[in-house]
Design a protein around this ligand. Structure first.
Ligand code: PMP
Length: 284
């Protein structure tokens, strides 16, 4: 069955959904994106995603082509038209189509594409019960990782390196410190304290990160926002990652070293429950 995809104002069968070969997203990765999870047909933390979208666009001097209400309407329309119960909505805005040139075109209209991905039982991912294993690799991405651009080649290569090494994902390391995961924020837990890198240009400001740290503090858990090394991570009691589609996912091994007893730790397990409970309640 064909999906219904949104392209520049139209809802189209996916086979008919097309953008120009001159689109700057295609030619120069000149575009930004967001991924919003859907659970039970409702949008998780939608407001957070819209705020970050506006920020990414602003940082790249691109205008926001739609109002918050219009974005919400399209998201809901795609859920309905695709009978989406659990899954994701992917949203991409590029600077648009223009004759190829490094300088930003003055009159191009942004290209707007949204599509759904169905993931039945997204919140019951069995990996949450076993935990995942990561390898560490050098972080050789550009210096504005706080902008959510579609330049995902290195994260993609990182996930391939992990797969070839028999692991599930990779943590990126710069100047001896972990920045984040290929597509998620990274955390360790030591003596009950949750440690995750501080915000800056070096990492994406995860929507899930913000929510999880808020819930952790509300539950009187201790949080320290600072950089940590891979060696520190290997000696941690537990570790986990967060992202809009993985929620809170325990990490049980780093570079072949098992953390704790090699099973998901209590802090990651509790935060996953807290996050899913609270976010389902607030879903729209
Ligand atoms: N860091 C990177 C590099 C990512 O790609 C993502 C996922 N988009 C995240 C962190 C997590 O962000 P969020 O919780 O907003 O999905």
């Amino acid at each position: 069955m064909s999906r219904t995809v949104y392209v520049n104002g139209d809802y189209l069968p996916e086979e008919e959904a097309k953008v120009s070969v001159f689109d700057r997203g295609f030619l120069m990765a000149d575009g930004v994106y967001e991924v919003t999870s859907v659970l039970d047909g409702k949008l998780i933390d939608f407001d957070g995603h819209l705020k970050r979208l506006a920020r990414s666009l602003n940082e790249l001097e691109m205008k926001n082509p739609l109002s918050d209400d219009e974005w919400l309407t399209i998201h809901r329309e795609l859920v309905t038209r695709n009978d989406l119960v659990d899954g994701m909505i992917y949203l991409q805005v590029t600077r648009g189509a223009a004759d190829r040139d490094f300088l930003f075109p003055v009159d191009a209209e942004p290209t707007v594409v949204l599509f759904t991905q169905s993931k039945p039982g997204l919140a019951q991912n069995p990996a949450a019960k076993t935990g995942i294993k990561v390898i560490s690799i050098p972080d050789i991405r550009w210096g504005r990782r706080d902008i959510k651009t579609v330049q995902l080649l290195y994260p993609s290569m990182g996930k391939m390196m992990a797969k070839k090494a028999g692991a599930d994902d990779a943590w990126l390391v710069e100047d001896g410190k972990v920045t984040e995961g290929t597509s998620n924020n990274a955390y360790i837990v030591k003596g009950g304290k949750i440690i995750t890198r501080h915000l800056g240009n070096e990492i994406l400001h995860g929507i899930t990160r913000a929510a999880v740290l808020r819930f952790a503090r509300e539950a009187q858990m201790e949080v320290e926002e600072r950089a940590f090394t891979v060696e520190e991570a290997k000696e941690a009691d537990e570790a986990f990652i967060t992202s809009a589609s993985a929620f809170v996912m325990p990490v049980v091994g780093i570079d072949g070293v098992a953390l704790g007893d090699g099973t998901p730790g209590p802090v990651a397990t509790r935060l996953r429950e807290l996050y899913l409970d609270e976010m389902r309640k607030a879903a729209i």
